[in-house]
Design a protein around this ligand. Structure first.
Ligand SMILES: [Zn+2]
Length: 217
């Protein structure tokens, strides 16, 4: 049985797939690379997928002996727990299972779950922003705002990590909210925020902010 292509699977179907290493790799290849076969950069021959002793798949050119991990260039290249466990972790985080319960269900460390949860947030924001970048325009109003998102750094510790979010939303003519962007920023200084405004908001937009006076960008 091959992993289904372009078919939306339910959470339990995906969990079944990610419990089986072979199906997981087939699924990954279909979803991330559309089943495409890589060509060797050096000799232009088609590469084949092979498996190492740790069950990781890599592209191999039998002519040049060049090897390249299937995970290269994806967020999963950082994973140390295997592709199946990583995908199951992401899936449980996606459906809202707590970090503690995810760690227990998958049998991994809480910190590892927290790491993949943060990857998931960043990826979601990138996808969102890639679809709705460059908002506003001549005579349009964009409201910008900052928000802080605090989370405890370690379980018993009192230290809290501050994560600053900065975003903008275009005000539609009818008064509703239009396209927007939200990104994580290291701080809220003008030096940090101005380049972001210039990148995300079109020229000649009227920018409104509680903190900053309205001005034309
Ligand atoms: Zn080659």
């Amino acid at each position: 049985m091959a992993a289904p292509e372009r078919e939306i699977c339910s959470t339990s179907e995906l969990l079944d797939i990610f419990h089986n290493e072979d199906l997981t790799w087939d699924w990954f290849h279909m979803v991330f690379f559309k089943g495409e076969v890589f060509v060797c950069k050096k000799c232009r021959r088609r590469m084949t997928i092979q498996m190492n002793d740790k069950n990781y798949r890599y592209w191999n050119c039998s002519h040049c002996k060049i090897k390249k991990s299937v995970l290269d260039g994806t967020v999963f290249s950082k994973s140390k727990i295997g592709l199946g466990k990583t995908l199951r972790t992401l899936l449980l985080q996606w459906v809202g299972i707590s970090i503690n319960n995810t760690a227990e269900l998958i049998g991994i460390n809480r910190n590892t779950v927290a790491f993949w949860a943060s990857v998931l947030r960043v990826v979601c924001m990138k996808i969102w922003n890639s679809k709705q970048i460059h908002i506003g325009g001549k005579g349009k109003i964009v409201e910008i705002d900052e928000a802080v998102w605090r989370r405890r750094k370690c379980r018993r510790g009192r230290r809290k990590e501050q994560i600053w979010l900065f975003g903008g939303v275009e005000r539609l003519d009818g008064g509703g909210a239009g396209p927007r962007f939200v990104i994580i920023v290291p701080n809220r200084t003008k030096e940090t925020l101005l380049p972001i405004i210039l990148e995300y908001i079109k020229p000649e937009t009227i920018i409104m902010s509680d903190e900053w006076k309205a001005y034309e960008c």
